[in-house]
Design a protein around this ligand. Structure first.
Ligand SMILES: O=C(O)CCC(=O)C(=O)O
Length: 259
């Protein structure tokens, strides 16, 4: 394994990530960067610029039944963030994000996946659904299940507006298949999962904070009960020696070298 270290990430923070499967880096992005990103996102929301995934498409608890139901065309994800706008592409290559990833992955060469996340997540008042407990890797196919996502907060993320909740250390667990449902969400109706679920912690963020989380870390999120749209940008990264399996969804679009 290569050893890569950055000036800006402490050994303690790197160890926290290895132990917990997530790490928050506070105020990694400047006020001017976040303001420009928000402006560009808002210009993409009215009208919502394709490709868009709507609340109705996710079929999560609380989602409108169809695109034609009340709230069905509320945007949930503006897809293909990297290719949408040079500003989003430059965020994907942000030196502080990349340096953090190099340290967390202990690899020099990092690539951004255009196939997973790579989106602007929005949660609108009135029509936002719940995301149940899952590991992102469940539908992804790589040599190793060791990807890291960077979740960039563009405003406060709190329990009230549907911040992420994580189960610390769950990326290290070997959980029997029977503890997940047909769609590979962790079953909340099983007593076997109670102890694990009781360890949940909310990851509250402020504008400019970046949450890094492992692709095996179990996470969930609530709905937005406030009157303000929540906006976040999420990119997923792999190391060069962790290839997508050919002919799978993880290999459709080429990954972008960012280091
Ligand atoms: O609803 C959310 O904000 C969480 C989304 C999420 O966990 C995912 O897309 O993997």
């Amino acid at each position: 394994m290569q050893t890569v270290s950055t000036q800006n990430l402490s050994a303690h923070e790197a160890a926290q990530f290895q132990k917990n499967g997530f790490l928050v880096r506070r105020a990694l992005l400047s006020e001017s960067t976040t303001s420009q990103l928000i402006e560009r996102i808002d210009a993409s929301l009215n009208p919502a610029l394709a490709p868009v995934e709507f609340e109705a498409d996710v079929h999560y608890p609380g989602a409108p039944a169809s695109r034609w139901a009340d709230g069905g065309q509320t945007p949930r994800r503006l897809l293909h963030a990297y290719g949408r706008d040079p500003l989003f592409a430059s965020l994907g290559k942000n030196p502080d994000i990349v340096a953090t990833l190099q340290t967390l992955m202990q690899r020099e060469q990092v690539l951004l996946s255009q196939n997973h996340h790579n989106c602007i997540m929005t949660k609108h008042p009135g029509f936002s659904s719940l995301t149940s407990w899952h590991q992102d890797i469940r539908y992804w196919r790589f040599d190793r299940p060791e990807l890291v996502s960077a979740w960039v907060a563009l405003g406060d993320e709190t329990k009230e507006n549907g911040c992420l909740l994580v189960l610390p250390g769950s990326h290290l667990l070997d959980i029997e298949p029977g503890r997940f449902d047909a769609a590979l969400f962790l079953r909340t109706d099983l007593s076997d999962n109670e102890a694990l679920l009781s360890t949940a912690v909310p990851v509250e963020l402020a504008k400019g904070d970046v949450l890094f989380f492992h692709s095996r870390t179990l996470h969930a999120a609530g709905s937005n009960k406030t009157e303000t749209v929540k906006r976040s940008i999420v990119f997923t990264y792999r190391s060069a020696d962790n290839q997508p399996i050919p002919q799978t969804r993880s290999a459709i679009y080429q990954d972008i070298p960012v280091s």
